[in-house]
Structures are given as C-alpha cells and as structure tokens.
Design a protein. Structure first.
Length: 182
C-alpha cells in the first residue's frame, strides 16, 4: 500500500463530500469540485474522516492509491482555502495590467498579449511586475500559471521573462566572457 494513500483525510466543517458510482463531488464555502474516480479506488466516508482504499494489488495500483488520496486532499483544500500561484516579470518594459477581467501583458513583442482567464480563476496584478493566480482547482491554477509563463520563458543570459516567484534561473556566461579566456 502507498504511504500517502494510507493517511486519513480530515474533512473540515462546512465541507460535504458525495460519491456516486464513478464521480466524487466536494462542496465547500469557495465552490464545488467534481472528479471521475478510477474503478479500483474505494472511499470510506464518515462525518469527519475519509479513508481511501484500493481493490487491486500491484505497483500501478499503489501509485493510484497515493495519487487519488492527494487529489481528494487538494479538492478539499481548494473548496476551503483555495490555491494560489505567483509569477514575477523581469525585464525592461515588461509588465502586466488588468483590463476588466482580461490581462494585458507587455513582454517585448511588437504587440501586447491579451489573456482572459477561464471560469473559476482570478487574476490579479498587485504591482505591474507581479501576477497572482487564484482558484479552487489546483490543476487549473497550475495550468494557467504555466500558460502565462510560456508567453516569455526566462532566458539564460539576462534572466528576462516570466518566472515563478522564487524560481532560480541558471545563467550562462555569454559571448564576451567566453572569448576572454583565450
């Protein structure tokens, strides 16, 4: 059995979990999330706890056991506290600004990039060089953060681009330093 899968999930007050044949629905103060369960996963739901079990043996099913336990925990965290990712923009003239519900990114191209977030995602720009992405679905928050980062990935020579807060970008020496050693 998976070490992660064996852990008990504590259900906070205000959260209701419903399971039908193949789907799991988690409702909380911040919204509702639904996921299709794998056929080998069984859930024992009580008022305050949730236990995740597998019906088959093997390495693949052990991995599924831990995966589904983590996914359910992320769903519960999402409907109670929410998930958030932060990005920072580095580079001269690079910035982001909100235009209603859309975000306008100036990232050194000849045209600005206008990005509209899907339903359930909130974009914020506390300062023009920082972006905060908030939502209940952890996977969707991470996917939107990766999409915004992909518009201008950090380059290795000057470090310009969109990066996660705290991300380390490995820097290269460049042409002048390479010829100085000869």
């Amino acid at each position: 059995m998976s070490r992660i899968g064996k852990k008990v999930i504590v259900i906070p007050s205000g959260v209701t979990i419903q399971k039908n044949q193949t789907a799991l629905t988690v409702k909380g103060p911040k919204g509702t999330l639904t996921a299709e369960l794998h056929s080998s996963i069984e859930l024992d739901i009580t008022k305050e706890e949730l236990h995740c079990r597998i019906t088959s043996e093997g390495k693949f099913y052990n991995a599924l056991h831990g995966l589904w336990r983590a996914l359910i925990q992320n769903m519960i965290t999402g409907v109670t506290q929410g998930h958030e990712k932060k990005l920072e923009i580095q580079g001269v003239g690079y910035k982001a600004e909100m235009l209603g519900k859309k975000m306008k990114l100036s990232l050194g191209y000849s045209h600005p990039i206008v990005f509209s977030a899907p339903e359930g995602i909130t974009l914020e720009t506390p300062i023009p060089t920082n972006i905060t992405i908030k939502g209940t679905d952890k996977e969707l928050v991470g996917q939107i953060a990766a999409k915004l980062r992909s518009f201008r990935k950090p380059e290795p020579y000057k470090g310009k681009g969109v990066r996660y807060v705290g991300e380390h970008v490995r820097r290269k020496a460049g042409k002048a330093a390479a010829s100085a050693g000869k």
